[in-house]
Design a protein around this ligand. Structure first.
Ligand SMILES: [Zn+2]
Length: 321
């Protein structure tokens, strides 16, 4: 199937409450844009947010907290049977959202709503659309069909073509605080513990932290983080580090390096100018790699990671300032 019904389980994530409430108010005042771009970091529950918003936008008795969860529409929506919502994501085993999927979704938007009300299309992540797919969406963004709302989930937004970006209203999602992340993890993870180190590892992305904890990957990632620190300090060779990095999913490995560099960059002062320049240059390249990976590109993973390791090796070596 090119499109699937929305099947992300509902989860109330406190750091998204403001966004749900503000979209609710816009909807009540008939000011809801046809396309909303939800911009936030992966691992912060953007899919869950899109799911909540879709439920709220379709529900017959919505509130600031989202859909009521009990009306006919909500019940159908939660069972995945609501005909006026579509969820677009990469097909299994694929990383990109292709043009045929978008064409199918555009057709869905053009049909009359089964329930006579609004239609909602979620594209998650929108960054995964190929450029042909993004182009296929343009006309619908320009001339939206009837009462429909598109929710485009995105990492930064910048990766989408400017033509798409300019036709969406952009909402930057608030990033969960350390405290929010810890409180939430306490309620969803067994055994309860202090997961500060894990949140450090994933730049305060609580859902990513939960995944690492549940999949028993924390120790592996903590030791990977150690190697990255050694690499930056010039104490671990790039070849050694890159073979360790190669065991992780490339996006995650790159984010781990970026996270560690960001933390260190924040601590630099004027005396670290040379170091800062090198670090910013490397950071930019790594960001480019991340862009390729998140767009569904499939570069030679080993080459990319060994190049990444080579670029950042020794930036924080003692004698470099
Ligand atoms: Zn409802």
């Amino acid at each position: 199937m090119a499109e699937s019904v929305i099947d992300t389980p509902f989860e109330a994530l406190p750091w998204h409450h403001d966004t749900v409430a503000s979209v609710y108010h816009d909807s009540e005042q008939d000011r809801i844009p046809h396309a909303l771009m939800l911009v936030g970091a992966p691992g912060t529950g953007r899919r869950q947010l899109a799911w909540s918003l879709a439920a709220m936008l379709l529900c017959s008795r919505p509130s600031v907290a989202g859909g009521c969860g009990t009306c006919d529409v909500c019940r159908q929506f939660m069972s995945g049977a609501h005909g006026d919502s579509r969820w677009l994501e990469p097909e299994p085993e694929k990383r990109a959202i292709g043009i045929d999927q978008v064409r199918g979704a555009v057709q869905f938007l053009q049909q009359t709503a089964a329930y006579g009300g609004r239609k909602v299309l979620v594209i998650a992540p929108a960054d995964a659309m190929t450029s042909a797919a993004a182009n296929a969406l343009l006309k619908t963004l320009e001339e939206p069909a009837g009462d429909s709302v598109m929710l485009l989930v995105s990492d930064y937004g910048e990766r989408l073509p400017a033509t798409v970006r300019s036709r969406c209203q952009r909402r930057v999602l608030s990033h969960p605080s350390r405290e929010q992340g810890l409180t939430w993890l306490k309620s969803v993870v067994e055994p309860a513990g202090d997961y500060s180190a894990v949140l450090d590892l994933v730049q305060d992305c609580p859902l990513e932290a939960r995944r690492l904890i549940n999949d028993d990957e924390v120790d592996g990632f903590l030791s990977l983080q150690e190697s990255i620190r050694g690499l930056l300090d010039g104490k671990v060779a790039a070849t050694v580090a890159s073979s360790l990095l190669g065991r992780a999913e490339p996006g995650r490995a790159l984010r781990l390096i970026c996270g560690e560099m960001d933390r260190r960059l924040r601590l630099l002062d004027a005396s670290g100018l040379v170091r800062a320049r090198r670090a910013f240059d490397a950071r930019k390249t790594l960001q480019g790699y991340l862009g390729i990976v998140s767009r569904g590109g499939n570069p030679a993973k080993d080459v990319m990671l060994s190049e990444a390791a080579r670029l950042v090796a020794g930036i924080w070596r003692e004698e470099t300032l």
